[in-house]
Design a binder for this molecule. Sequence first.
Ligand SMILES: [Zn+2]
Ligand SMILES: [Zn+2]
Length: 289
Amino acid sequence: MIKVFFVGTGGGAPSKRGLPAFIVRREAFNALLDCGEGTQVTMIRHKLNIMSLKVIAITHLHADHVLGLPALIQTMNMYNRTEKLYILGNNVDKLLKGVFENTYFSPNFEIEYVNEYKDNEISIKPFKTCHVVPSQGYLIEEKDRINIDIERLKKEGISDWRIIRQLKEGKEVRFNGKTLYPDDFLIKRKGIRIAYTGDTSICDNVIKTVKGVDLLMHDSTFLDDINAREYGHSTASDAATVGKEADVKRLALVHISGRYDNDYEIEEAAKKIFSKSFVPEDLSLYILN
Ligand SMILES: [Zn+2]
Ligand SMILES: [Zn+2]
């Protein structure tokens, strides 16, 4: 199970929606995607533990996506963090080093700047988006799982763990005079896949990269009253077009401009093109099984 917390679903300037920040949680693993100003305040006020963040992935260096980060790191230090923090994003290291130096701060825990993150359960990889400055989205992929079919084992009367282990390892096993084939006893479950674009106009590379994901969080800054492409952003219809062309399972419209107050209008604009679209509220939660 993966949970996505929509911490800040606005963009540009704060409105009733906070600036971009999204937590992706899998068991004890927590990653933060973007860290707009105010992210730590919102998280702390709503008991979203800032110390549990292991990875922070920044899409680009526009202020609304990153200015919460130096402050968040300083608070982690004040709370005596010892665990290493992984940070993804172009030139985020330069930004942080400059801020740290000029605010007379040096973290007591290790920060490792990486291009992508990977452990035994999950990976976070960047992909290029189409914005007015260098910018990247992130594809978060859970590893595929292989579970043993317990019902099938019971049916065949198999309880010997050595046989079960061999089946799990993909080996054929002789049992009671017949051959057991691993494919008959294994249930393969595809890992959950989530993509977050950050800021982007409608973009071929995004469509190509996010094909079939379980959840796409896409820039949806404007409605059709604005030429979004001129600003390197998307309209709700653009986001829906991407969702449709990439055949994603669900589309969350984020980075919504403060000029719009009517969520219904935004959702309807997208749903006309792609019915699996929705507009998340700040502090709402989406669960993927
Ligand atoms: Zn932005
Ligand atoms: Zn931007």
